[in-house]
Design a protein around this ligand. Structure first.
Ligand SMILES: NC(=O)CC[C@H](N)C(=O)O
Length: 227
């Protein structure tokens, strides 16, 4: 399995994400510039957090026009696994790869704190290594993490069991306490909390490791096998 970690101008969690998936979880992985037009040779694409293009207009609104996005859409359409974290989640909603949108937190403040969550669906490529309904704590660090979708879309998301992570104490106003969800097909996940910041005891916890272990498990036997 080989993972690509995308880097946009203004990404600031790309190196941490590469370190988490490669050095800690043990997958083959490399950084791929947003200027690249190909994702050939990768079995998993990770879209990192940060402030792509300075968060101008809206978080993720400019990143969706980056050259790599055409290849990313193709990759996702072909069933490839895509994980977007924080700004990565915002980019995936802006690009239409995930439903809904991320609005400003109801407090209108940037919130940076450890956040208690529940893994409400462990039947996905991103969560299969967590026990059912596992309580975990992951750091959040965002200004625009308030998940919104219209009533019909929200009902569809719930009916399809697309919500994977819910906040235990909603910090930002997200509808239905949604902290992370997949697309309908289940191969694209966006989440506001940062699993890559919780993969070593020294960082304060290892609750995020399960996301990377789940993906390594889901891509076992993938074409570009290093694991
Ligand atoms: N850590 C991040 O990815 C920040 C996300 C985004 N730029 C926000 O503040 O909402």
């Amino acid at each position: 399995m080989k993972a690509a970690v995308l880097t946009f101008p203004g990404s600031n969690c790309d190196d941490d994400l590469l370190w988490a998936v490669k050095d800690i979880a043990g997958a083959d992985a490399e950084l791929v510039s947003a200027k690249s037009e190909s994702l050939d040779g990768f079995d998993l694409v990770l879209v990192p957090g940060g402030f792509s293009y300075g968060d101008y207009l809206r978080s993720g609104a400019i990143a969706k026009f980056a050259p790599i996005m055409t290849a990313l859409k193709q990759f996702a359409d072909n069933g490839g696994y895509v994980l977007g974290i924080c700004n990565g989640f915002q980019i995936l909603t802006e690009a239409g790869l995930l439903p809904g949108a991320l609005q400003w937190n109801t407090s209108l403040e940037f919130i940076c704190e450890p956040e208690p969550l529940k893994v409400v669906n462990n039947q996905t490529a991103f969560s299969n290594q967590y026990p059912e309904d596992q309580a975990i704590t992951l750091p959040i660090a965002h200004g625009e993490g308030n998940y919104y979708a219209d009533a019909d879309t929200l009902a569809e998301i719930e009916a399809n069991h697309q919500v994977v992570f819910r906040y235990a104490k909603n910090p930002n106003g997200s509808l239905n306490d949604i902290a992370g969800l997949t697309n309908k097909a289940g191969n694209v996940l966006g989440m506001m909390p940062h699993p890559e910041r919780a993969v070593e005891a020294l960082l304060g916890g290892t609750d995020g490791l399960g996301v990377f272990e789940s993906l390594i498990n889901a891509t076992k036997g993938a074409a570009h096998a290093a694991n």
